[in-house]
Design a protein around this ligand. Structure first.
Ligand code: GLV
Ligand code: GLV
Length: 320
């Protein structure tokens, strides 16, 4: 029986699979102090994306064999330190990209068609009537969708964009096979890789789908925002720190871009001052993958990864 720390509220899909082990947690968010104490004799940790699994934390865990991160991103884990200690780190790719792309697409629709603003107006009891010239937003057909990071989520977003008649461009470290995107809509089948400058210049919607790394931290900064069209929108379902949010607020105030849709925040869960006051910003509480079936499958995959490593077998989805 292994000692498994579950750092945050978890779905039964994970807890059921781990039931033969000595499981601690799974019903609340552990504080750093709690985790520091618990990790000392842990064989495994089922972690959440805000857990500080840095080198200091891992140094306290001599018995730790596996971290089952229940998320796509793992920027909260010191992979190098884990590797040095022989700790296997796993994440949950391949199971949440469709749900997250749905959310990103929803944010794009909300921002470009002013859906949050329109709904607030109705709820506030503001008088309105059908008016040909009222609440006009941007259209998506024929617009250019710029995807930063064409991984699984970026590709799923690209397919949705193509299906809605958008032209798709992307940045990535290397060329990707975009035949699945192009097959979605033969009329828009010209998906191509461009450099970041060109993407920023030509896109009507810029959507972030990259991991948070030193290279992508503040990839959208004031210089990047300056290059965007004044009619363009930025959508972030990746990690908050990919955007310099102070620069975003300044650009929105100055009309350098038209709007933004955010599911993640630089200082999450704090919202950078200024964003809350702007009608052309849509704000969601980090729910990218929060479709019930998706969250269940993510939980089960994290638990299976942990069980495999504890059993001396290869993990299904390791990152190191
Ligand atoms: C969510 O943000 C994830 O990384 O899964
Ligand atoms: C709008 O409701 C329309 O009929 O065009």
């Amino acid at each position: 029986m292994a000692r498994i720390i579950v750092t945050a509220p978890q779905m039964p899909d994970a807890l059921d699979l781990l039931r033969d082990h000595d499981v601690m947690g799974g019903d609340h968010f552990m504080t750093r102090e709690e985790l520091e104490e618990a990790i000392v004799d842990a064989d495994a940790v089922l972690s959440s994306l805000s857990d500080p699994l840095d080198a200091d934390m891992l140094a306290r865990a001599p018995k730790l064999k596996v971290i089952g991160q229940c998320a796509a991103g793992f920027n909260n884990v010191d992979i190098e330190a884990a590797g040095k200690q022989g700790i296997v780190v796993t994440t949950t790719p391949g199971v949440l990209h469709e749900a997250t792309a749905d959310l990103a697409f929803g944010l794009m629709l909300m921002a470009t068609r002013r859906l949050g603003e329109a709904e607030r107006l109705v709820r506030a009891g503001t008088p309105w009537r059908y008016d040909h010239t009222f609440m006009l937003g941007a259209g998506l057909q024929g617009a250019t969708l710029g995807i930063i990071g064409l991984g699984q989520i970026g590709e799923a977003m690209a397919r949705r964009g193509a299906a809605f008649g958008m032209d798709v461009v992307y940045t990535a470290r290397h060329d990707h096979d975009t035949s699945a995107v192009d097959a979605t809509n033969p009329a828009t089948a010209t998906t191509r890789r461009v450099d970041l400058d060109e993407l920023l210049r030509i896109s009507d919607v810029v959507s972030l789908h990259c991991p948070l790394t030193p290279e992508t931290t503040h990839i959208i900064d004031s210089a990047a925002l300056e290059k965007m069209k004044p009619t363009a929108f930025v959508i972030n379902t990746a990690r908050g720190a990919c955007i310099d949010e102070n620069a975003l607020v300044a650009a929105l105030r100055a009309g350098k871009i038209a709007g933004a849709g955010l599911d993640v925040y630089e200082h999450e869960p704090s919202i950078t001052p200024g964003l809350l006051e702007m009608e052309n910003v849509v704000l969601l509480p980090h729910i990218g993958s929060a479709a019930r079936p998706t969250r269940g499958v993510m939980s089960a995959l994290s638990a299976r990864n942990i069980l495999a490593v504890l059993d001396g077998k290869p993990a299904e989805t390791p990152v190191n």
